[in-house]
Structures are given as C-alpha cells and as structure tokens.
Design a protein around this ligand. Sequence first.
Ligand code: PMP
Length: 260
Amino acid sequence: MIQALINNKWESINDNNLLLGTDTFSFGTGLYETFRTLEWKPIFLEPHLDRLFNSAKIINIKIHYSRSQILEMIQEVILNFKDPNQRVRILAVPENFIIYTSQLNLDPKIYEGVSALTVSANRETPDVKTTNYKVCLKAWEKANDSGCFESIFLDGDGVVLEGSRSNVFWIKDGKIITRENNVLPGITRQILILRSPFPISFGLLYQSNFSDIDELFITNSGSGVIPITKVNSEKIGTGGVGSITTELLRLYNQWLHENC
Ligand code: PMP
C-alpha cells in the first residue's frame, strides 16, 4: 500500500492499482507525468504541467484543478516524503487526479554506458503521454529480461522512433541528431534542444546505420542523459562514453542544480 493524494485527499492505495500497462491498473485511459525532485524541489516542473494541460485538451480529459492548486498538491506530496530525491507521478484519469511519490533510486553505473535492444513497435498516440502503456511495458520487460537498460522502438521501415521510456539522440561527425515526429516531446529532450551548446538537429536513424554513428544516448526526466554504448550486441562508436555525451551529462547535472 502507498499513500497517494487522490482528488486532494490522502488515501492508501494498493501499488498494483497504479501499475501502468498491467491488468491491475484500475483507472481508465488518461494522462500521466513523471518528474524527479532534488533536495525536495521539483525539477523542470513547469514544462511537465504545460504538457499535461496541452495533452488533456488533445485527448479530452477534464482536469478539475487549476495550475496553482496542482502546484500546492505536488508540494504537499513531496514534503510529506522522507527522501529528498524522489520520482513523482501525476495521474490524470477520468474522475481522479492522483499524485504520489517514491524514492528515486538511480544507479550511478548507468552513466558509464548501458545496453539497449531494438524492437519493432510504436505507441498509438506518440505525442501524448497516455496511460495506454502496454506496448512500452512489454518492450521494457523484454529489455530487462535480456539484461538491457532500454528497448528502442523501430518503425515499419526500421527507423528509430524513441525508447520505451526515453527519447533517443545520436551523434555523427560532431552533430547531435534526434527524431522530430512520431515521438513523445520529452521534457528532457526539450531542455537539451533549448540549452545544448552544441546544435541539435532533427533527422532519421536507420537500424542499419547504428554501426556508422559515433555516440548514442537517451533522455528522460527520471535519469536525465544516459549514454548507450551497445545496441543488440553491437558496439556504438568506440564502445565507451563519447566526449559530447560526457559534456551533455555534465551540463544536465549542472542545470538540475541551477533549477533548485
Ligand atoms: N518517450 C517515452 C515513450 C517515454 O515514456 C518517456 C518518459 N516519460 C520519454 C520519451 C521521455 O520524456 P521525458 O523527458 O519527459 O521524461
């Protein structure tokens, strides 16, 4: 059981009822947002709320609270939790607005490079973060079962879309590239595009071109920038974390601290 703020009241709820993408998830189709805290302060919260309100319009979900009420609720949930570094989840589902938090358990080893595998799959509404999470969960479990950190979705033409819980960036000849369309407009992706000192452009990466790129990394709000050094047992670049990814990792960490 965990404590969650449900429609602005504290309630105990079974963890299984909140597991997106499983048969025990107890709510209808809606939206969710996940962000982290640092020392009890939410990181890049404003763009997460912008995305929540924009997406609610797109899929016609009514959010019965104002932005300032939501900010107050979030504050209450964060301050009520013992750990300073948290992963906070907002669920906006029919009839229920739920906020809960948990410890952010980041393994520092992931920043030394992780492996990924590719799967042919896509999300139904790629630009919206909906609770229809089965495809992502299945892909992530497949990665996990193979000892990989992430699954990278490929479209029907074998072109990279995004990760099951992340956006994908690659570097070739000093240029950083990410896919423009048919992916979630990730908040971390957006922060990088706005703030990276190295220009980031949009493009396509064919599965057959993994062997030609120099660096590869993924982004999400929980873990930030994560280098990928191997895809489907094939080394990326030299097989180590490249210099541009290393610099972006350093900068992202700095931005996190400045945001507090
Ligand atoms: N794509 C998908 C499918 C995701 O689930 C996530 C994680 N929310 C992302 C991209 C990254 O988005 P963000 O940076 O907003 O966490």
